[in-house]
Design a protein. Sequence first.
Length: 540
Amino acid sequence: MQPKSLSEISRRVAFLLFSTLAIASAPTSSAADIHAKTMRMSLSDDATTLDPHVADLIVNNRLLNNIYEGLVMRDKDFKIAPALAVSWSQPDAKTWRFKLRENVKFHDGSAFTADDVVFSLARVLHPLSAVRSTVQGVAAARRVDDLTVDLMMAEPNPVLLLHLANFRIMSKSWSTQNASMTPQNYKDKDETFASRNTNGTGPFKLVSRQPDVKTVLIENKNWWNQAASDRGNLAQVEWTPIKSTATRMAALLSGSVDLVLDTAVQDRERMKNTAGFKLQLGSEPRVYFLGMDLQRDELLYSSMKGKNPFKDIRVRRAMALAIDVDLLLKKVNRSYGRSTALVVGKEVQGYPADLDRRTPVDLARAKNLMMEAGYANGFEVGFDCLNQVPFGEFCQGILPMLAQINIRAQLNLVSFTNIIPKLEKFDTSFYIMGYGAQTMDAFNPLQAMLQSVNDKRTGATTGNFGRYANPQLDALLDKIKREPDMKVRDAFIRDALMIARDDLPVIPLIQPVHAWAMRSNLDAPFAPNSLPYAYRFVMK
């Protein structure tokens, strides 16, 4: 059930639960228990679809990352390593050739071949796919033989392997048999066989699925990488979404679950100091930001008629000057994270530390800018806010800050299931969102968030919900896509980030530190992309 008021978002009932629940003792294990453990995992929201080519959302990627695989993967050190491809080369400037792994089987027992790569590439490039950035620059795939495939480039991509780490391969025969040749129409919430079922090559396979209740994965005993040096001992993973922060933590403390992936900031210090439990912290390349409709001449949800105040750079700058991000970081996120002026995290390729400095809060200057823009009396505007921690509390803190410059934001709480389809239809005037560079490269968020929506070039934006358009930035993104010299490429990235920082098509807020809380008998390595690679987990 969705929260009905802000008090339901911000209340702190976990303290009472912590003080009354008994802590279950950790189970013991022996050598005979290898690959015989069940891990119960909880998180705030369930995957919105099981179709791997539909939506680039962390709640989907966390689950699907354990089921589907790509040509390459991230190893335990988060470096690119062979996966379904054992090697690759470039016969010419427009071709990447991949030698595929022998004797790989899909979960239904069918053989993996080049035909599945060709099929999956075409499926990802379909207009309904929102993950086209995973094959950035690729025009088509060509079968050379059963275990060799060529990726034909429409344009060069010097970091193609970083993108391909997120390109998940489906079975052509299974998709054909189950009428899932094209991606699910996610915007219109259509249901397909592939949105409810899976057939990957990965370390775990789906055995049962109850959306928003429980999803169960079991070990794929025929996995090609069964003998991996970092292989854990899980035989089964139970995936249980629990929306209430307090209830998730109560489930962990009572022994009902073993791992909570999104531990609220108010619970982190307590978990650090509670016997039988541990907290794993990690910075992820995700940035929380405010977005605005920059395309319409009149906002959909505003008291200001005949105008769109957000099109005026002075209004956007006034908002940035009025929002005390350091205060939000301290009060809402308990200093787990850092304030940022850029749309990329500090871990990504091309990040320029010297540009990442927010202008100090200056309320007087902000009011003057509003007056100069002709909005001294301000306006009302609808504010779409995700109804989960910490977004609800960030929104609650931002409201009075904007009110000081007479921008009266009217909060509209939206569930995770509904907010992405709403934004994809551009049914918004003002919103808060987070975006992470899954490729660990700055081009990914720049393109997804800020490249012109009407741009028809391969890999065009999928997350520019404000419909920002800047020809100068588009031209730089074209250069970044093609430039093979990484120093020159980083210089182009720097220029693009400077435009985004100064023009404020979105207002960056913070780069968060993520936390996984778990029972002390679980070893669950944290990855920089905040995805659980469950095959590496060990339960003692």
